[in-house]
Design a protein around this ligand. Structure first.
Ligand SMILES: [Mg+2]
Length: 351
C-alpha cells in the first residue's frame, strides 16, 4: 500500500493575494511534495463542493483551500462530520480561521503544517442555509459589508479609494453609516434551546465561533470553537439614550480590543442553539460571505465537527463526539448554556 499522501488543493484565484502569485502552482507543488497533489482552480462554489465530496469519498489525506475565509466556507457542509481534514493556505483578505489556529500566511510555512498532518477538531455553526466556521452577523455589520460591496461595484472612485486604504474601508464605511443612515436598528426575537424568548431592539447580532472577526475586531473575547457553545453578541438599542449614534460608535470602537463586554448596550448570550426572528427580512453574512436574506434563522453548534490541520503545538488530542450531532440538534447536551448579561461567564461543563 502506497504511503504517499493525496491532497486535493482548491485555489480561489479571486481571493486576496492568489492573483499576485504568478508561480503559485509551482510553489504549491514544491512545498507539498512528495505528496500526490490534485490541483483545482475553483470556478464556483458548486465546482469546489463536488470536488471536495469526491475527495471525502475516496479518503484523501486532506482538502486544502488556498484563499481566505470565503474560500473554505464553500466546502464546510461537505467536510462536516467527516474524517478528511481541511488544510488552510491563507492567502485571502480575511483569514480569520487560519489566524485563530496560528496558521501563518507564508505559503511554504502553511504547507509545512499540512505536510506534518497534525490535526484538531473544531466546532462549526449550522444554519438552514449554510454551515460556517468563524463568525456571522445580522444588522449593522452586514449592512456595512453589503454597502461596501455595492459602492465598489457602482463607483470606480470608491473602488480606487478602497484599494488605497485596504481593509480599513470597512471601519470608514461603518462610521459613515452610523452617522448618516436613516435607520440603524432592527427588531429581533431570540429564543434559546430551553424555549426562553427575548424581544430586542438591536443594531446588530454577531454569532461568534471564535474570538476575532475580520482580523481586527475582538468581538467575543471568551469565545472558543472547541466548547460546543455559540457566543451571540447583541449590540442593543437602549430606549431614550442620548447621543445614540455617538454611543454606538464608542461601543464599536471598544470592540476592537474586546472592551465592549460589560457595556450597558452589549449583551452576551451563550447557547447551543438560538433561533432568531425578525420583523422583516434581514441579510445574514457568515465567513465574510452573504448567505441569505430572510426573517427567520436557526443557529446550532456542531461540536467538533470539522477536522482541521494545525501547527504541531496547537494540535490537541481530540476525537469526534461518539455520537455525531449532525442532523440531531438536540442530541448532545453535555455542555450547559447560560444567558448572561455582560458575558463574563464561561459555559460550565456538566458533571
Ligand atoms: Mg464556542
Amino acid at each position: 500500500m502506497s504511503s504517499t499522501k493525496r491532497f486535493l488543493v482548491i485555489v480561489n484565484e479571486q481571493a486576496g493575494r492568489c492573483a499576485l502569485l504568478p508561480d503559485l502552482e509551482a510553489r504549491l507543488r514544491a512545498a507539498l511534495g512528495p505528496a500526490e497533489v490534485e490541483l483545482l482552480r475553483s470556478e464556483d462554489a458548486e465546482h469546489a463542493e463536488a470536488a471536495t465530496a469526491r475527495a471525502r469519498q475516496h479518503k484523501y489525506d486532506a482538502v486544502i483551500m488556498v484563499g481566505g475565509d470565503g474560500t473554505h466556507h464553500g466546502v464546510l457542509d461537505v467536510l462536516a462530520g467527516g474524517d478528511v481534514p481541511l488544510g488552510l493556505i491563507p492567502l485571502g483578505t480575511a483569514n480569520d480561521l487560519a489566524a485563530e489556529h496560528g496558521i501563518p500566511q507564508d505559503l511554504e510555512a502553511a504547507c509545512e503544517i499540512i505536510r506534518e498532518g497534525c490535526r484538531t477538531t473544531v466546532d462549526l455553526i449550522r444554519t438552514k442555509e449554510k454551515t460556517f466556521a468563524t463568525a456571522g452577523g445580522l444588522g449593522l455589520c452586514t449592512d456595512v459589508a453589503l454597502g461596501v460591496c455595492e459602492a465598489r461595484q457602482r463607483s470606480w472612485l470608491f473602488h480606487a479609494f478602497m484599494r488605497l486604504v485596504g481593509g480599513l474601508i470597512y471601519q470608514i464605511y461603518l462610521v459613515y453609516r452610523v452617522l448618516f443612515a436613516a435607520r440603524l436598528d432592527y427588531r429581533f426575537t431570540l429564543t434559546d434551546d430551553t424555549g426562553r424568548a427575548r424581544d430586542l431592539d438591536a443594531y446588530m447580532l454577531l454569532f461568534m465561533n471564535q474570538a476575532f472577526l475580520g482580523s481586527n475586531f475582538r468581538a467575543a473575547p471568551q469565545a472558543s470553537n472547541r466548547d460546543g457553545v455559540l457566543d451571540v453578541i447583541v449590540v442593543k438599542k437602549l430606549p431614550g439614550r442620548r447621543f445614540e449614534r455617538l454611543q454606538l460608535l464608542r461601543t464599536v470602537a471598544t470592540c476592537l480590543k474586546g472592551q465592549h463586554i460589560g457595556r450597558p448596550d452589549v449583551e452576551v448570550i451563550r447557547a447551543q442553539k438560538v433561533e432568531v426572528r425578525a420583523t422583516e427580512p434581514v441579510a445574514f453574512f457568515a465567513d465574510g460571505e452573504l448567505v441569505a436574506k430572510t426573517d427567520r434563522y436557526t443557529f446550532k453548534t456542531l461540536r467538533r465537527a470539522l477536522p482541521l490541520l494545525v501547527p504541531k503545538e496547537r494540535a490537541i488530542v481530540a476525537r469526534l463526539p461518539r455520537r455525531s450531532n449532525l442532523g440531531d440538534w438536540s442530541a448532545d447536551r453535555r455542555w450547559d448554556r447560560t444567558w448572561s448579561v455582560g458575558g463574563s461567564q464561561r459555559a460550565p461543563r456538566a458533571a
